[in-house]
Design a protein around this ligand. Structure first.
Ligand code: NDP
Length: 456
C-alpha cells in the first residue's frame, strides 16, 4: 500500500511513497541490532553529545525548509511550524548540555565498599509517532534514546511520510552513522512484527488510546518495555478569583494552538458559576475576533486546517452527538465552506455526563465549557475523565491552586498558564493517558538499564 502526503489546506495529493515489504523491514530491523553493538560500545557519550550539537545546528540551518514541509503535509500555521523546528533544536542543545550529567554513574551508600547505579543503553527502540507535531514528537523520542546509546527506529504516522524522510536526512546531515536513526516506511499493520522482532527491546508510542492498547499488549506478550503518551482531556479550571482577561487569553492559546490537535491542549473549561457567563462571553468574542482561515503559509492566516478530513469528520460527529443530547453550540460547529479541512472554532455549553463532549477527547478546535459551584466541585469535574495528561488552574490564590494541583489526576498541572512541554521538565500522563515519562532526566533514563553495580 502506498503512503500519501496530502496538503490539508487544499486536499491535493502532494506525493506518494511505496511502503516496504516484510523482507525489507526484517532486514533493516536485524541490521539495527548490529548497529547497536557498535554505537553503544565504540561511540563514547562525548562523541554522541557532539553529534547532538550538530543535529541542533542542522535543524536551525534548514529551519524554513523543514517548517514549510510540516505545513504542507499536516497543515499547521507556518509560524507554528518554525517554532516546532526551533523547539527541536533547543531539545538537542538541552540534552547536549545535560546528557553526561543525567547518564553519569550515581554512587549509593550500602554495605559494599563501593556501589553505584549505572545508566546503560537497552538496545533497539521503536518509536511509533503521530502527525500532530511531526518533528517535535519524533525528536522528543529519538534524541534522548540515541544519546543514551540506543538505536532508534521510527514508524511515523502514514500521513507525514515526507517529514519522516526529512528527519532521517537531518540525522544523516548531522553526521550520525547510518542506522542509528532509521525511518521505517511501513503502515501500522507491520508494527506488531517489529515489536516481536528479537532485536527490538522497547517501544515508545505517542498517539491514540486504541493504538496504545494494541502496542502495549503486543509488547506485554513479548515482555518488552513501553512508554505510552496517549490522549488527554485536560481540564482548565477558572476559579472565581481569577483574572478573567488573562484566563481567556490562556484559553484561546491553550485550546486553539495547532488547530486544537494537541494531546495537552486545554479541552474542558471548568469555570466557577459566578464568572462562567462572563468568561464564556469573552472567550466567544476573542475567538470570533481572532481567527481568520486561509493558507497556513500566509502570515495573515490564524486558523489553520485540521490534518485530515477523517479527523474533522470524527470531531464533527462528536459535536453533533453532544448537541443531539442537549449540548448548545455558542459559536462554530461546522466545516468551513472552502477547500481543505477547516473546522470553525467552536464552543459547547450545557454539557452533561452522558455526552461525548464530557467523556471523550475532542482532538480539534472545540472547547467545552462546564460550570462548577466551588473549587471542590471543579476538581471533581476535572478528575471525572479516564484521561490524566495535563491541566491548568487559574486564580489569584496560589496556595489553594497548588493544593488543587496536587489533587488533580494528571501528569502535570500548570497554575495561571496553559500547559506546554519543556525539555527541562518530565512529560507524560496517568490513567488512560499512558505511563512513563519523556524529556528531562527521567526521559533519557526510560530506555536505559538502570543497573546496580556492587563491589565487596
Ligand atoms: P493513531 O493513534 O491512530 O496514530 C498514531 C500512530 O500510531 C501512527 O504512527 C499510527 O500509524 C500508529 N498506529 C495506529 N494504530 C496502530 C496499531 N493498531 N498498531 C500500531 N500502530 C498503530 O492516531 P490518528 O492519526 O488516527 O488520530 C486519531 C486520534 O488519536 C486523535 O483524534 C487523537 O485522539 C489521538 N492522537 C493523539 C496524539 C497525542 O499527541 N497523544 C497525537 C495524534 C493523535 P498509521 O498512521 O500508519 O495508522
Amino acid at each position: 500500500m502506498a503512503m500519501q502526503s496530502i496538503n490539508p489546506a487544499t486536499g491535493e495529493l502532494v506525493a506518494e511513497f511505496d511502503t516496504w515489504d516484510q523482507a525489507t523491514l526484517d532486514d533493516v530491523v536485524t541490521q539495527a541490532g548490529y548497529e547497536f553493538a557498535d554505537w553503544s560500545k565504540l561511540t563514547p557519550l562525548e562523541d554522541r553529545v557532539a553529534l547532538l550539537k550538530r543535529l541542533g545546528d542542522v535543524l536551525m540551518d534548514d529551519q524554513s525548509l523543514l517548517a514549510e514541509l510540516i505545513t504542507l503535509e499536516m497543515g499547521k500555521l507556518y509560524s507554528e511550524a518554525l517554532a516546532e523546528v526551533e523547539k527541536c533544536a533547543l531539545l538537542c542543545d538541552y540534552y547536549a548540555e545535560h546528557a553526561e550529567q543525567f547518564l553519569a554513574d550515581e554512587p549509593v551508600e550500602s554495605d559494599a565498599s563501593r556501589s553505584y547505579v549505572a545508566y546503560l543503553p537497552l538496545g533497539v527502540v521503536l518509536g511509533v509517532m503521530p502527525w500532530n507535531y511531526p518533528f517535535w514528537q519524533v525528536f522528543r523520542f529519538a534524541v534522548p534514546t540515541v544519546t543514551a546509546g540506543n538505536i532508534a527506529l521510527l514508524k511515523h504516522a502514514s500521513n507525514v511520510p515526507q517529514c519522516a524522510l526529512a528527519i532521517e536526512e537531518v540525522f544523516r546531515k548531522a553526521g550520525y552513522p547510518d542506522g542509528i536513526f532509521t525511518n521505517l516506511m511501513i503502515g501500522s499493520d507491520k508494527v506488531e512484527s517489529v515489536i516481536r522482532h528479537p532485536t527490538v527491546r522497547a517501544v515508545s508510542l505517542t498517539g491514540s488510546e486504541p493504538a496504545g492498547r494494541k502496542v502495549a499488549s503486543v509488547a506485554g506478550e513479548e515482555l518488552k518495555k513501553t512508554v505510552l503518551e496517549l490522549g488527554g482531556s485536560d481540564a482548565f479550571i477558572v476559579l472565581d478569583n481569577a483574572d478573567i482577561k488573562q484566563a481567556v487569553a490562556g484559553a484561546v492559546k491553550g485550546r486553539f494552538l495547532n488547530a486544537g490537535q494537541s494531546c495537552i491542549a486545554a479541552k474542558r473549561f471548568i469555570v466557577d458559576s459566578m464568572i462562567a457567563d462572563d468568561f464564556t462571553a469573552q472567550f466567544q468574542a476573542a475567538i470570533e475576533d481572532q481567527f481568520v482561515a486561509g493558507d497556513p503559509m500566509d502570515k495573515e492566516t490564524t486558523l489553520a486546517p485540521m490534518a485530515r478530513q477523517d479527523l474533522l469528520d470524527e470531531l464533527h460527529q462528536q459535536v453533533m452527538k453532544s448537541v443531539e443530547l442537549g449540548a448548545k453550540i455558542i459559536t462554530g460547529g461546522y466545516q468551513l465552506d472552502r477547500p481543505g479541512y477547516y473546522y470553525a472554532p467552536t464552543i459547547l455549553t450545557n454539557v452533561t455526563s452522558n455526552m461525548p463532549a464530557y467523556n471523550e477527547e475532542f482532538f480539534g478546535p472545540v472547547a467545552i465549557v462546564l460550570k462548577a459551584s466551588e473549587p471542590a466541585h471543579a476538581l471533581g469535574l476535572a478528575n471525572a475523565t479516564d484521561f490524566g495528561l495535563g491541566g491548568s488552574i487559574w486564580g489569584n490564590d496560589i496556595a489553594t491552586a497548588e493544593t488543587m494541583a496536587r489533587g488533580m489526576e494528571s501528569g502535570a498541572t500548570f497554575i495561571n498558564s496553559s500547559t506546554f512541554s519543556d525539555p527541562r521538565l518530565p512529560f507524560g500522563g496517568v490513567k488512560n493517558s499512558g505511563y512513563g515519562r519523556e524529556l528531562s532526566a527521567q526521559g533519557i533514563r526510560e530506555f536505559t538499564n538502570i543497573k546496580t553495580i556492587w563491589v565487596k
